[in-house]
Structure formats: C-alpha cells, structure tokens
Design a protein around this ligand. Sequence first.
Ligand code: FE
Length: 265
Amino acid sequence: MRDSFVSAIMTAKKWMMKSPNLERRTMNQMHKQGLEGVSRRTFMAVVAGAAAANSVSAQQTAAAGAITLPELPYAQDALAPVISAQTIGFHYGKHHQGYVTTLNKLLPGTPFVGKTLEEVVRGTAGKAEYAVLFNNAAQIWNHTFYWHSLAPAGQGGQLSAGLSAAIDKSFGSLEKCKEALADAALKQFGSGWAWLVAEKGQLKVVKTPNAETPLTQDGVKPLLTVDVWEHAYYLDWQNRRADYAKAVLEKLVNWKFASENFAKA
Ligand code: FE
C-alpha cells in the first residue's frame, strides 16, 4: 500500500504539471498502473499534495516577475460586525485584487519590470507620466498595510512600551491619539487614508487623498492606517464614516503591528 501511495503521489505530481484537469487524469493513470485499490481518501491526499506542489511552483513563477496579491492575515468574516465578510469580499477580493491585476498589465515595457512593489511606488511617486502606475502600485501597498493594521477584536495585542511612551509624548494619551485619527478619517475630503506616522522621533496623524501614501515621504514611517474610501465601509455603515472609523479604532486596531513598525522607525 505504501509503495502504491508513493507511486500515486509521483503520478499525480507529474500529471498536475501537465494538466489542469488533474483529478480525472490522475484517476485514469492510477487505473493504468493497477492502483484501483487506492482509497478515495488516499487519492484526495495525492491530489492535495500535487496541488500544493503546483501552488508553490506558481508562486515561484509569480515571484520571478509579477506582483501578487498578498494573503489576508485573517478570515474574511474575522472583523465582523465592524467590517463584514461581504465588505472584505469586495474590498480584498475585487478592489485590492483589481489593483494587482491592473498593475501587472501596466508594468511590461516600463523601467519597473522586476522591481519590488515598494520600489515601484517610490519610483513612480510624483511623476505625471507614471500616475496610473503609481495609483495602482500605491493602492496595493496601502491596502496590504491596512489589512495588517487591523486585527479581529481582542487580538490586536498590546502597545509596546516604546510606542506607548511616544503616543503619550505626542498626543497626551492613547485616547487623544485615537481621537486625532478619527478626526483625520472624517475630515479627509473624498477618498483617501488616515495614518499614524513617526517622523524624527515624533508621532503625527496625517491624511492622504486617493492613493497617496506616507511611504514616499522622506523620513516618514507609517505605523498604521485606516482606509476611508467609501468601498471600505459603505456596505456596513453607509454614509456614517465617522462611526466606521470610531468602531475600527476602538475594536480592530492591531497595536502589535503598529509597535513593530515603530520599532523599525
Ligand atoms: Fe480600499
């Protein structure tokens, strides 16, 4: 049985590389090799193993050139009820993915082929001829940073001692810091972002329009962000952006992520 299993794995991997119709082909091949005795559970394990091998291969191919959509750091329903699975389904699955798809169509023929995402964002910032490239690249970076700025309620960890002291020094208290972020989220006119950043030892709250990002500003280190584009909250909160921002800041901030960013600032 063990020899049959090993043989089946080898067969499945071989066929997975050749054919998208893996299950049918693998079953046919197993029959040819006299492996009818292999159980369905074993067969599915073989398929899963082959699929995993194929997935690694796909990632390696992608890493060679294309920009990929990073994994969401939690399940799509993990931020509910503040941010519903439906919102994340569209926001991550359609908007964030859309920026990735568009950027990969725009990159060929530019000097940014093979560059990292950060290099594309920094290299295109402020250059009118690359405005569309910048918008898509920066939105990919901003959204990935946003997903990591959030955590399921109760799982956002603690402020580090260093960030806690810096917040007290710059804002007076954590509550005042959150109020400043909520105010920036509300007052950003139209689409954009509210950010907590570190600059020259000071913490500041800033807001940016559209795809603009503090990543491109010299000496400025983003610590956390709140997306205030309407697609971030409209399904759950409709026009109540202030309530969305307040709920995010009260319940979903990943203070561990912000603390790690501050430690690198
Ligand atoms: Fe967004």
